[in-house]
Write a protein of this length. Structure first.
Ligand code: PPS
Length: 350
């Protein structure tokens, strides 16, 4: 039996021909078995959706998107929209178009809202801002869908790109993707928002002109420079008019950026209701950090310090002359009133 075994014959397979022919047959069977194992493994891998990820551009982030290891990260650098991670994602589930998007506004509190939502087990959100509908639309809808994290049945896909709210072409483009999408707009007093916007630009630009030099065409007459984006973004009523040509008001949720700071759990109740989610995020999830002056997320198991947003959120603002602030307030007042009327909500900025 020993020579027979060496030649590829088994004790339990007496019908196998011994000698060189038997060895070849055994070799053939082994390679057939290995091929089948490989094919089944690949088939299973593809059924779980993983093999699609190697398509060109699927995992590559758009310009300005930083890719970091998975999970929500609070290191943010937002002038380019680049921050956080692309989702690590499980190998299971499907990549779908978002059912809800935080479309604005820049410096409104959009990062805080998205990070709070990511605590919810039924929310899967892209960490970075994809800027698809304003900057990368020519890459096509499949490119966009492939950026999304995988979702299981019952989970919703989300993203946030605050510049969508003020980009004229975006409402029509989103409408063409989905008429049923839910749209969230975090709004903040347009004067504070403009100063926040300016503070961010100043943190990245050497020798930037003063706020008043940029905000006013003529300081003595108090004429506002509406072509400066930091001013223009705050004319919410004007931007909303454009959106309402495509979506009814019922598709929107307007979130007060101020209340998101002062009462995050109540705001999150509204947001979860609007998204049709179970109220999982409650006051248990928040801790007000006195040093930072903002709410931070508590770790679910209470271990370790609460997670606060990074240094680029909650920057100290420069002092602006009171008269200039009054001029700006006066400028925004009629637009704010119109916005309150359109949304049926008084945000209390006046
Ligand atoms: N929890 C918490 N922590 C820190 N900051 C918070 C928080 N909630 C709301 N905010 C406010 O969010 C402002 C930044 O808004 P955005 O995240 O929309 O900015 S961005 O458009 O994405 O750059 C940011 O503006 P600044 O204070 O001017 O930095 C904050 O006021």
């Amino acid at each position: 039996w020993r020579p027979a075994l060496l030649m590829g014959c088994g004790v339990l397979k007496p019908r196998i021909v011994c000698g060189p022919l038997g060895a070849r047959r055994v070799q053939q069977k082994v390679s057939l078995l290995l091929t089948m194992i490989f094919l089944f493994t690949y088939l299973f891998y593809c059924l779980s959706g993983s093999c699609c990820d190697s398509q060109p551009g699927v995992r590559s982030a758009p310009a300005g998107l930083s890719v970091a290891p998975g999970g929500p990260s609070y290191s943010v650098s937002l002038a380019t929209g680049g921050e956080d991670s692309l989702p690590s994602g499980s190998a299971f589930g499907r990549k779908t178009f978002p059912q809800a998007i935080i479309v604005g506004v820049k410096k409104g509190g959009t990062r805080a809202l998205l990070e709070y939502l990511r605590v919810h087990p039924d929310v899967r959100a892209l960490g970075a801002e994809p800027h698809f509908f304003d900057r990368f639309y020519d890459r096509g809808l499949e490119w966009y869908r492939n950026l999304m994290p995988r979702t299981l049945e019952g989970q919703i896909t989300m993203e946030k790109t605050p510049s969508y709210f003020v980009t004229t072409e975006v409402p029509e483009r989103i409408y063409n993707m989905s008429k049923d999408i839910k749209l969230i707009v975090v709004v903040r007093d347009p004067v504070t928002r403009a100063i926040s916007d300016y503070t961010q630009t100043r943190s990245k630009t050497d020798s930037l002109a003063s706020f008043q030099a940029l905000a006013f065409k003529n300081i003595s007459t108090g004429t506002i420079n509406t072509s400066w984006s930091a001013v223009r973004i705050g004319i919410y009523a004007k931007h909303l008019e454009n959106w309402l040509q495509y979506f009814p008001l019922s598709k929107f949720l307007f979130v007060s950026g101020e209340r998101l700071v002062s009462d995050p759990s109540r705001v999150m109740e509204r947001v979860q209701d609007f998204l049709g989610l179970k109220r999982v995020i409650t006051d248990k999830h928040f801790h007000f950090n006195e040093t930072k002056g903002f709410p931070c997320l508590k770790k679910p198991d209470r271990s370790g310090a609460p997670r606060c947003l990074g240094k680029s959120k909650g920057r100290p603002h420069p002092n602006i002359d009171r008269d200039l602030l009054r001029h700006l307030k006066d400028f925004y007042r009629p637009y704010n009133m119109k916005f309150y009327q359109m949304t049926g909500q008084n945000f209390g900025w006046d």
